[in-house]
Design a binder for this molecule. Structure first.
Ligand SMILES: Nc1ncnc2c1ncn2[C@@H]1O[C@H](COP(=O)(O)OP(=O)(O)OP(=O)(O)O)[C@@H](O)[C@H]1O
Ligand SMILES: [Mg+2]
Length: 260
């Protein structure tokens, strides 16, 4: 059965400072004329936007539009073939250390749940006592404490996705990318994931997420970036996007009529 233990309330803002070291934010993120080409095919073209601290951005668009590619390029997992992705603190490895990504299918290490969380903190040179404290904290806050010593790969899909988020949460990232994090989860597990994402947002992490779930997008989005055929057609406040999208493609998408 899916674990739906409620998330513990945030005890204090100062807890944010007790997590991974953070000085200045890596935001804003500036994407300029970004393009990605593979085997001669333009998969993303001429994408430009800026993301500042604060609102939650949901990236929407039909299958194959280029949403996952865009997230991977922003997160640094892929190199653009044209254009740039720049963070406020470029020139150091701070940008990569202050962002995390959660995928549709969680990518977990062949270790226990607790060790999966500990690993990311170790990479950031955190002393072991502090790592243990943060690991306990996020396992408790995500309702996963009872799985601490269980091999991560034996957890259910929903539990694994929660663990992937717990691991990201432990890093207290400035920015969290989520690529359809609830696509294969039941409603209760999806709700638990949304609650964690909302809590991270409330604690100051910048959320950038893709979803095909319109109801979820309406619940979580402050603004929507709409991608179609590798091009960005809109960056619009969420209420406006869902009521009166700027482009015909987005309107057709919202009606479920946009072909891919
Ligand atoms: N490394 C790659 N090499 C070649 N083509 C790729 C590569 N990665 C993605 N593509 C293609 O680029 C397009 C965009 O892929 P992407 O995964 O970003 O779509 P998406 O918007 O996330 O779709 P979905 O909603 O189905 O997840 C697709 O046509 C895909 O086949
Ligand atoms: Mg995708």
């Amino acid at each position: 059965m899916t674990n739906t233990t409620p998330i513990a309330a945030n005890d204090s803002a100062s807890e944010k400072e007790t997590h991974a070291a953070s000085n200045s934010s890596i935001l804003p993120l500036r994407v300029s004329n970004l393009g990605f080409k593979a085997k001669g095919e333009d998969l993303l073209q001429d994408i430009s936007f800026e993301l500042h601290a604060g609102p939650r951005t949901i990236i929407m668009g039909p299958n194959g539009a280029g949403k996952s590619l865009l997230l991977r390029l922003c997160h640094g997992l892929l190199e653009p073939t044209s254009g740039t992705v720049t963070w406020h603190s470029n020139g150091t490895n701070a940008a990569s250390m202050k962002q995390a990504m959660v995928f549709q299918r969680p990518v977990l290490l062949r270790r226990t749940a607790a060790q999966n969380i500990d690993y990311g903190l170790k990479l950031r040179n955190m002393p072991s006592a502090k790592r243990a404290q943060i690991t306990d904290d996020v396992l408790n806050r995500t309702g996963l404490a009872r799985f601490a010593d269980k091999p991560a790969r034996l957890l259910s899909g929903g539990e694994q996705q929660k663990l992937a988020l717990a691991r990201a949460w432990a890093l207290n990232p400035d920015v969290l990318f989520l690529d359809e994090p609830t696509a294969s989860l039941d409603p209760a597990a999806a709700h638990a994931i949304e609650t964690i994402v909302q809590t991270m947002h409330d604690e100051g992490t910048r959320i950038i997420m893709t979803t095909h779930d319109l109801a979820q997008a309406k619940r979580l989005a402050d603004e929507v970036v709409f991608i179609h055929k590798g091009r960005m057609l809109e960056q619009t406040p969420a209420d406006k996007f869902f009521e009166t999208p700027q482009c015909g493609e987005a309107a057709a998408f919202l009606r479920g009529e946009l072909r891919w």
